[in-house]
Design a protein around this ligand. Structure first.
Ligand SMILES: Cc1cc2nc3c(=O)[nH]c(=O)nc-3n(C[C@H](O)[C@H](O)[C@H](O)COP(=O)(O)OP(=O)(O)OC[C@H]3O[C@@H](n4cnc5c(N)ncnc54)[C@H](O)[C@@H]3O)c2cc1C
Length: 370
């Protein structure tokens, strides 16, 4: 058995950012990843171009996450804002670029470069990354926590769970973290699909398969009321309907647990249609998971468990989900940094360096009059 300052379980977006941040603080850190390589879902992000965040203010982002996620993430998003995220990547050697819809990508538009940046940072900062290490159990021990993998046992005063949701389970996120959290006293919100398409009556798609409507507005209607509106793309697929406007609408439906609803689709170049989906695609095929470790038992200022001190959470293992456009990676990165900053403080480390915007140079026109 060996001891470390912090054990991070999960080498996805949140776990890798947590590891890089722990290294920045000089914490003795071990990242455990079940797959042979880390970041499998990260590599799929944004069609392998990796939409890192959206270039908007943190206040707007909080609003876009909606309730209950936005208010919960507020301290994390204010501590590591979308613009700080872009400066952090640039400072670590990967410039970012803002594309249509304010979507931010690495300038190379390759998710692999994002993953390489993280693994280089872990190596350079002496953070141990143990791949092919499937964590089986996480229990309280006298000094903190005991983590049992299929090959070894490790202990640490602090543990950060970053095992993700249950969508795309082949990438490694299968819901283990939620099981351990439950055993340690946490409530887990039921899983629902976030950012999913819908199966519809074949009549809806007949003669239109493959058609993409670039600009539509979608109103989610239930009980004669409009419960939310989204904008974006509408795509007709072989299996049903999707596209960003419709998948963003699925978050509203899942969050409100709507059983009966319809989608009113208005085309920007004229006309509209209303569809009543038969069902949403399953959560395993959704891009994100709604549900997970309940938010009211996690301190939003530190990401520490309120029921099991020393236990921290980051990313999609929590009941956190956002719209398409980089919100979900921002949530993973911001929550990870906040959690590790707090662990660092408890281990007596100095705070993280500021990532303030560079001060505007005072040019001739801007000089103050004396
Ligand atoms: C196809 C697709 C495209 C997407 N594109 C974008 C995008 O462009 N922008 C965006 O913001 N979001 C995007 N998302 C969502 C985003 O990928 C997730 O929200 C984000 O990856 C969540 O990060 P995470 O670290 O919480 O979880 P994950 O990335 O799922 O990482 C969890 C990690 O924990 C590991 N793990 C799980 N259990 C164990 C265990 N028992 N022991 C050890 N390790 C374990 C897993 O193997 C995995 O590596 C996309 C999602 C999908 C599916």
């Amino acid at each position: 058995m060996s001891k470390t300052d912090v054990i991070i379980i999960g080498g996805g977006a949140a776990g890798l950012m947590a590891g890089a941040t722990a290294g920045e603080l000089g914490l003795k850190t071990l990242v455990l990843e079940r797959k042979a390589k880390p970041g499998r879902k990260l590599l799929m992000c944004g069609n392998s171009r990796c939409n890192l965040t959206t270039n908007i203010s943190e206040d707007r982002m909080i609003q876009m996450f909606g309730r209950p996620v936005g208010p919960f993430l507020e301290p994390a998003l204010k501590a590591f804002t979308p613009s700080m995220l872009q400066r952090w990547f640039a400072a670590n050697g990967l410039k970012t670029v803002v594309k249509a819809g304010n979507k931010v990508y690495p300038h190379t538009e390759r998710a692999m470069d994002v993953l390489n940046l993280f693994t280089d940072l872990l190596r350079d900062r002496d953070v141990s990354l143990a791949c092919s290490s499937v964590v089986q159990t996480l229990e309280k021990s006298r000094g903190g926590f005991r983590v049992t993998t299929d090959n070894f046992i490790v202990e640490s005063k602090y543990v950060l769970i970053a095992t993700g949701g249950i969508s795309y389970p082949k990438t490694g996120s299968v819901g283990d973290g939620q099981v351990w959290a439950k055993k340690l006293g946490h409530a887990v919100e039921p899983y629902r699909p976030g950012l999913a398409g819908y199966e519809v009556d074949p009549k809806v798609i007949k003669g239109r398969i493959g058609k993409v409507y670039e600009k539509v507005a979608v109103e989610v209607m239930s009980g004669g009321k409009v419960l939310g509106e989204t904008r974006g793309v509408y795509e007709i697929e072989k299996w049903g309907v999707g596209g960003t406007a419709l998948t963003d609408a699925s978050r509203i439906i899942s969050r409100d647990n709507l059983k009966k609803y319809s989608l009113k689709i208005t085309f920007f170049d004229g006309g509209s249609e209303e569809i009543q989906p038969l069902r949403m695609r399953p959560v395993k095929e959704a891009m994100v998971t709604v549900g997970g470790v309940a938010l009211d038992e996690i301190d939003p200022k530190t990401m520490e468990s309120k029921v099991c001190p020393g236990l921290y959470f980051a990313g999609e293992v929590m009941d956190v989900d956002g719209p398409t456009g980089g919100y979900n990676l921002q949530a993973a990165f911001s929550s990870a940094r906040l959690a590790v900053a707090h662990i660092g403080k408890r281990c007596g480390k100095k705070g993280l360096p500021a990532l303030d915007a560079p001060k505007a140079k005072s040019g001739p026109g801007r000089r103050r009059k004396r």
